[in-house]
Design a protein around this ligand. Structure first.
Ligand SMILES: Cc1cc2nc3c(=O)[nH]c(=O)nc-3n(C[C@H](O)[C@H](O)[C@H](O)COP(=O)(O)O)c2cc1C
Length: 220
């Protein structure tokens, strides 16, 4: 698959086959991902691949916290407000998704269900958590974004689906404890990882994008 096709056909996968991804293939995907650029080649990223009984146990732990009404403990706060242009795009996403899939993320009960689906990694056989030292600057957070995108593209090029999940870090403090990640690290992103289920209704949805001229200005 060429780079342009890989970028334009990648999408978030939220329905997976149960088949595990062979460990050698996951290693190959990470070997590619490690080529991501970073500020001064500092490579400020660490990852945990979670599978099997441990993944199920973490899901249960997080769902128990959620059902008990425990306050979330994310290392990166969930945004509470957006500038107008970004807010309009989010509303557009919610509206289109509700029309096409019936999943209305404006509805609190649906949000609860959606959160639980996130905590269960959408049934994927693997989850990946990305984290880094909490003392690192915002540039390192930027680097982690590049790492995450390279990971998703490298996986997609090998037929492996992913979805990046902020929600999977809602209970960062407890997740770090469970995974043995020191409290001095910040948990940045969870990703569900596995082979896409082409029949899954969740995978039929295709997001759109703003027009080029809404984003790019040409100055001469
Ligand atoms: C930083 C970040 C956090 C996200 N968090 C979630 C999440 O918690 N749950 C989820 O289902 N999707 C999540 N997404 C996926 C976005 O909804 C998705 O990337 C966006 O709608 C564009 O769709 P596409 O990935 O299919 O192109 C997240 C994406 C990013 C980049």
């Amino acid at each position: 698959m060429d780079a342009i096709t890989c970028i334009t056909t990648r999408k978030s996968i939220r329905g997976f086959k149960p088949d595990p991804v062979p460990p050698d293939l996951l290693r190959e995907i990470f070997a590619t991902t490690l080529r991501s650029p970073s500020y001064k080649n500092s490579q400020p990223w660490e990852a945990i691949v979670l599978s099997g009984a441990k993944k199920e146990a973490l899901t249960q732990r997080v769902i128990d916290l959620f059902d008990a009404g425990a306050a979330p403990t994310p290392d990166l706060a969930e945004p509470r407000a957006w500038p107008p242009a970004e807010e309009a795009r989010i509303k557009n996403l919610y509206k289109r998704r509700a029309e096409l899939t019936g999943i209305d993320l404006g509805n609190p009960e649906i949000i609860r269900k959606a959160k639980k689906a996130n905590f269960g990694f959408y049934g994927a056989p693997h989850a990946i958590y990305l984290f880094q030292d909490a003392s690192l600057s915002l540039w390192s957070l930027f680097d982690m974004g590049l790492f995450a995108q390279t990971l998703m593209l490298a996986a997609h090029a090998k037929g492996v689906g992913t979805v990046p999940q902020a929600f999977a870090t809602d209970y960062a403090r407890e997740i770090k404890e469970f995974l043995g990640i020191p409290a001095t690290k910040r948990l940045i992103l969870g990703l569900s990882v596995g082979y896409p289920d082409p029949e899954s209704p969740a995978n039929q949805f295709q997001t759109d994008r703003a027009e080029i001229d809404e984003i790019v200005r040409w100055v001469e």
